[in-house]
Write a protein of this length. Structure first.
Length: 323
């Protein structure tokens, strides 16, 4: 075969491979119209009416943007999602733009966590390593999450009958931005539509806990476990009650509750952070060190957890220096 034919064949192969690669992602997104959080709970499934998209082009730009987002190509995703939004400013595309911003922030959190581990924490052999990595700071991540919240909030305001949209806005405000004032409106909206949804009750328990309304937080946590008897829901309930006991300096009770939570489900890993605080309150430093190491091993999914990891690093070093 001549060189020119080989070159033509190679060019055709590259083009076809690229087309098939993008077609797979595009088809996967097209088939999944319920949203990426639907697997977490049926309550989070989105059911956007196709008529909400004014034009086919708007919907196609949206699907293409989502396809790139599933490949973690967030810059390209934003280009196509912005094109979709230009077709219709009152579009559910706002949700997918918010999600792309949040997923970008989660990717950056993974990089931040690698830097944190290499800077020194936990077991010395595991964590005291020097690596050249991309520098990502939490302020940069927070700015990205502010953009995510902004688009979630716009979409929730446009479609107030879709409780998952209000939930995502409230969840982002609480766990990513620690902004309770912004969360209140959307949390109330979600619960007004589905007052017994366990995920929403658990989020309100978190909201009450941060406001130091411990009785209200405990009530929602206990109701959440009654509404959903799964191990995951019961684990969240025990973790919340354990954190309430921590706030009230009932360290023995806190350790019992958080240990029950981790026996049922070791996610979220934040349970190990709060377990460490309980052990510190009981002056059980060795147990606290082991808890911190487990907590620091996992990459944080939220800015809230990243900030807790910074605190855990400082505590870990302090305890190590004492002993």
């Amino acid at each position: 075969m001549s060189f020119s034919r080989w070159r033509t064949f190679l060019f055709a192969y590259i083009v076809l491979t690229f087309a098939l690669y993008n077609a797979q992602a595009f088809c996967a997104v097209t088939l999944d119209q319920t949203g990426p959080f639907a697997q977490e709970s049926p309550a989070l499934a989105l059911d956007f009416d196709p008529s909400l998209y004014k034009t086919e082009r708007e919907q196609l730009w949206c699907l293409k943007g989502r396809a790139f987002a599933t490949q973690n190509k967030f810059d390209r995703a934003q280009i196509f999602l912005a094109k979709a939004l230009a077709q219709n400013s009152q579009s559910p595309v706002h949700y997918w733009i918010g999600l792309a911003h949040e997923n970008q922030a989660r990717q950056w959190l993974k990089v931040w966590h690698k830097n944190l581990k290499s800077s020194g924490a936990g077991k010395e052999k595991k964590y005291f390593r020097k690596k050249k990595t991309t520098v990502i700071d939490l302020e940069q991540i927070k700015d990205e999450l502010k953009k995510a919240f902004s688009h979630y909030a716009i979409c929730a305001d446009m479609f107030p009958d879709y409780s998952p949209l209000s939930y995502h806005a409230a969840r982002t405000a609480i766990f990513q931005l620690n902004d309770l004032a912004k969360a209140e409106k959307y949390l109330d909206s979600a619960l007004s539509l589905q007052p017994e949804e366990p995920l929403y009750l658990n989020l309100r328990a978190e909201y009450f806990l941060r406001l130091k309304r411990f009785a209200d937080a405990r009530k929602d946590a206990e109701t959440c476990a009654l509404e959903d008897p799964s191990n995951a829901a019961r684990a969240l309930s025990h973790l919340m009650i354990g954190r309430i006991e921590l706030e009230q300096q009932n360290f023995t009770k806190a350790v019992e509750e958080i240990s029950r939570s981790l026996d049922l489900n070791q996610e979220p890993s934040s349970g190990y952070y709060y377990l460490a605080l309980g052990h510190l309150g009981l002056r059980q430093d060795e147990h606290a060190l082991a808890d911190y190491e487990k907590f620091l091993a996992d990459s944080p999914r939220t800015l809230d957890l990243a900030e807790l990891q910074q605190t855990a690093i400082a505590d870990y070093r302090r305890i190590k220096n004492i002993h």
